[in-house]
Each structure stands twice: as structure tokens, then as C-alpha cells.
Write a protein that binds this ligand. Structure first.
Ligand code: SDX
Length: 430
């Protein structure tokens, strides 16, 4: 028997009983949809700090204990033992694949990596110095004009084909964004390479000479993509769900997710962290910037720090920090002043009462850029990297939402505090 909360108006004595929905893990949720129907009042929760927007079985986060699980599997185990396409299969289908299921999935993804030849003209429409995220939004949004054959969102097979196309083509489109900005020829995918190796090939090979992706870089990308694949109802995933709730095609929904991810408060933070570290420049400036981050009159924030849900270490940041040591030892003989500066900045911040009291810890974006830079990925491509990985989560949540028979358009209300009714005043009377 579910618990019931009774909400009572202490002034009038009027009350309403609200059911408490138990979760399999994490906070229970009060069903409040009757509130407006029966009492004509709304719940007010700007930023959705205490709001469950949906029911989902994909990812679980416990912010107080720094726990992240994909379909029940701890991120630490997946990071150590899995690979990105296996995690993609898990997030979409809900179970780890058998050997046959995984090889069939990999085969499908590999054979969707090319983009239509005429799509390549789209890149030339952008100025050479366009931010790659702006190009991604445009090109991904245009996919529905090239793939008309699988846009019936109520057909599970169409949803599956669109999901495969999205996951497979993101690296191709991302690498093409980079090649366009570098005024280099856009490279075709090589289907003999794995997902991450193929991306590195499309990023760094040229028609002039052979290029063999470095296994250290492939392994680092696999791990970073696993860590970035999904994260519950974050801003960009919620954007994809909201866009999808109207019945918009999946490519347009993913484009809306890319747009939301770009913000510096969200996925854009990984690029902002490197810019911030370059601005700080030296450990001798750390105290000055920590003071700025604490100053309410200064818009400066410690990028890569803080999180809406994690009030403890972001488990992804812990894994990435450890990976920094390993990758930099192999690729940069351990010498990386930027990483040393980041470690010192974390050490100082975590001892400071302002950050302790607000439970501000490094998040997934704090160290990821240091590894991307060690892999020679340009700073303005960092959020693109995030988008490649998070496409799997977006697709999984979009599919979960559309497949829900109870699904309806999401249409939040508001607390109106504008002008009361008034009559039009002719301009000569104003
Ligand atoms: C991601 O939601 C997800 O799951 C996102 C993500 C995912 O995988 O999808 O995990 C990826 O987006 C990680 C977050 C990347 N963003 C940044 O690193 C940007 C810097 N961080 C902040 O802007 C902020 O911490 C947020 C946006 C991440 C969280 O903002 P909240 O939850 O709205 O917190 P808040 O702004 O209410 O902060 C609470 C207090 C405030 O101070 P007071 O008003 O209480 O005095 O903490 C302060 C804030 O000023 N604060 C910071 C800070 N973050 C919060 N102060 C200085 N530096 C910071 N980074």
C-alpha cells in the first residue's frame, strides 16, 4: 500500500490526498497531477530542483553518495570492463548483450557510419571559423531531410533504425565539423576500424598518407564516451524528451539536445574549464581566482565544479582524474602543466569553506578536457565529444518516452506575475 501525503490549507482547512510513488532506488515521488485538476493550484519548482519530470529505468544517480549506474550496473565496473558500443546497447535495450547480439549491433552501427554525399555540401555553407557545435546543430537537424524512410516514431523498427543512424553518424559529422574548420578534406569512415578508432581516423587522417589511430587514444576515448553516455534527466536529455513529446522527428530532437548541451553551465563546461585554466595560467594565481569564484559580484565561476545532483565527488571525475595520470604518463611523459594546475586548483578549492559548505566538487567536465587536449583534440571540439557520447543517452531516453503508452505532450504551466487585465491605450493617449 503506497503512502499518502495529505496537503492541507491551514487557513481554510481544505486538503487533498496525494499518492507517494516508491522508486526502486532513490527518492520517492509525490504524484501531484490531481493538484490542478481538483484544487486549481500548481506546484512551483523553478529549475526543477525537486521535480521528477518522468519515470525512467535507464540511469540512476545518488548525488549524496556519488553513485552512477547505467541500467543498474555501477559506472566504475562499466568503465573498467566494458566498451562504448556495449554500453550503448545496454542503455538502449536495458540488458548487456550476448556475444552474438553485440557483434550484430556493431555490424549495424558500422554500416550506418557514412552520411549522404550531398550532406557534405552543408559544411561548406558554414564559415571556416564557425564553432563546431553550431555546425553540429545544423547538420544533425538536417538529417531528417535525408532519411525520410524511418521517421514514423510510432513504428518500433523506425525508432531503432533512427537510433542506429544517430549513434553511427555522430562521429562522422563531428569529425567533418573539425575537418571543415581545419580546411582539410572530410574523410570517409573506414569500416575495418572500431567506433573510436574510426572517429580518430576521420579526425586526423588525410588522403596524403596512412594514419593508424593510437591504441592509447582509442582506449581513452572509449572510457570517456562510456562516462559521458548518459546522466538521467540532465538539461539536454530533458530538452530531447520535451522536443520528442510533441512527436518531432528523432533527428530534430537530438539537434535540440546538442543545442542545450552547448551551454557553459552544462556540456559547454569542458571547453570553459580549459579556457579558465589557461586564464589562471599558474598556481600562483589560484587564490585570486578562488576569491573571484566566491565573489557574488563577480560572474566568474569555477568551471567544472559543482553539480545540481552530486553533493559529493562526481564518480566520473574521479575516474577521469585517474585516467589523466595514465594517459599523460603514456602520451606526454607525465609532464602536463595544465593537469598539475587543475590538481592544485581542486586541492585548494576542496579545502575552502565556501566550496565545502556548498558541497561543490569537481564534476565530469573538470578533467575531461585535459585528456582531449592530450589526444590533440581542439578545445572547441570538447563539447562535440560530449555530444557524440551523450547521443546514446538521448536516443535511449527518447525511445523510452515514445514507447510509453501513457506518453503525452509535455506542457508545463507557470506562476503568472505579470500585469492584470487592462484596456488598450491609443498611442496619442500614452
Ligand atoms: C554537466 O545535470 C547533469 O547531470 C549535467 C551533467 C551531465 O552529465 O549531463 O553532469 C554534465 O553539465 C556538469 C556541470 C558542468 N557545469 C559547470 O561545471 C559550470 C560550473 N558549475 C555551475 O554553474 C553549477 O554548479 C551548476 C550549473 C553545475 C549547478 O548549478 P545549480 O545546481 O543551480 O547550483 P547553484 O547555481 O544554485 O549553486 C549553489 C551555490 C550558489 O551559491 P549561493 O547562492 O548558495 O551562495 O553554489 C554556488 C552558487 O553561486 N556555485 C558555485 C559554483 N557552482 C555553484 N560557485 C562558484 N563556482 C561554481 N562552479
Amino acid at each position: 500500500m503506497a503512502d499518502i501525503f495529505t496537503l492541507t490549507n491551514k487557513t481554510t482547512g481544505d486538503s487533498i490526498d496525494l499518492n507517494l510513488r516508491e522508486a526502486t532506488a532513490g527518492p520517492a515521488a509525490l504524484e501531484i497531477s490531481a493538484l490542478y485538476k481538483e484544487k486549481g493550484i500548481l506546484a512551483f519548482d523553478p529549475g526543477f530542483v525537486s521535480t521528477a519530470s518522468c519515470e525512467s529505468a535507464i540511469t540512476y544517480i545518488d548525488g549524496d553518495h556519488g553513485i552512477l549506474r547505467y541500467r543498474g550496473y555501477p559506472i566504475e565496473q562499466l568503465a573498467e570492463k566494458s566498451n562504448f558500443l556495449e554500453v550503448a546497447y545496454l542503455l538502449i535495450h536495458g540488458e548487456l548483450p550476448s556475444t552474438e547480439e553485440l557483434s550484430a549491433f556493431e555490424e549495424i552501427i558500422v554500416h550506418h557510419t557514412m552520411i549522404k554525399e550531398t550532406m557534405r555540401n552543408l559544411f561548406d555553407g558554414f564559415h571556416y571559423n564557425a564553432h563546431p557545435m553550431s555546425v553540429m546543430i545544423g547538420v544533425v537537424g538536417s538529417l531528417s531531410s535525408f532519411y525520410h524512410d524511418s521517421l514514423d516514431i510510432h513504428d518500433p523498427r523506425h525508432r531503432e533504425i533512427s537510433a542506429h543512424r544517430m549513434i553511427a553518424k555522430m562521429p562522422t559529422i563531428a569529425a567533418a565539423c573539425y575537418k571543415h574548420s581545419a580546411s582539410e578534406p572530410i574523410m570517409y569512415p573506414q569500416n575495418n576500424l572500431d567506433y573510436c578508432g574510426n572517429f580518430l581516423h576521420m579526425m586526423f587522417s588525410t588522403p596524403c598518407e596512412p594514419y593508424v589511430p593510437d591504441q592509447i587514444a582509442i582506449d581513452a576515448l572509449n572510457l570517456l564516451f562510456i562516462l559521458h553516455a548518459d546522466h538521467e534527466q540532465n538539461a539536454s536529455t530533458s530538452t530531447v524528451r520535451l522536443a520528442g513529446s510533441s512527436g518531432a522527428n528523432p533527428f530534430a530532437c537530438i539537434a535540440s539536445g546538442i543545442a542545450s548541451l552547448w551551454g557553459p553551465a552544462h556540456g559547454g563546461a569542458n571547453e570553459a574549464v580549459l579556457t579558465m585554466l589557461e586564464e589562471i595560467g599558474d598556481v600562483s594565481n589560484i587564490d585570486k581566482y578562488i576569491a573571484r569564484a566566491k565573489d557574488k559580484n563577480d560572474p566568474f565561476r569555477l568551471m567544472g565544479f559543482g553539480h545540481r545532483v552530486y553533493r559529493n565527488f562526481d564518480p566520473r571525475a574521479t575516474i577521469i582524474r585517474k585516467m589523466c595520470h595514465e594517459v599523460l604518463d603514456k602520451l606526454a611523459d607525465g609532464n602536463n602543466p595544465m593537469f598539475e594546475l587543475a590538481l592544485k586548483l581542486e586541492e585548494v578549492a576542496l579545502k575552502d569553506e565556501y566550496f565545502i559548505q556548498r558541497k561543490l566538487y569537481p564534476n565530469v567536465d573538470f578533467y575531461s578536457g585535459i585528456i582531449y587536449r592530450a589526444l590533440n583534440i581542439p578545445t572547441d571540439m570538447f563539447t562535440v565529444m560530449f555530444a557524440i557520447a551523450r547521443t546514446v543517452g538521448w536516443v535511449a531516453h527518447w525511445s523510452e518516452m515514445i514507447a510509453d503508452p501513457q506518453q503525452r505532450i509535455s506542457r508545463p504551466r507557470q506562476l503568472y506575475t505579470g500585469a492584470r487585465e487592462r484596456n488598450y491605450v491609443p498611442i496619442d493617449k500614452r
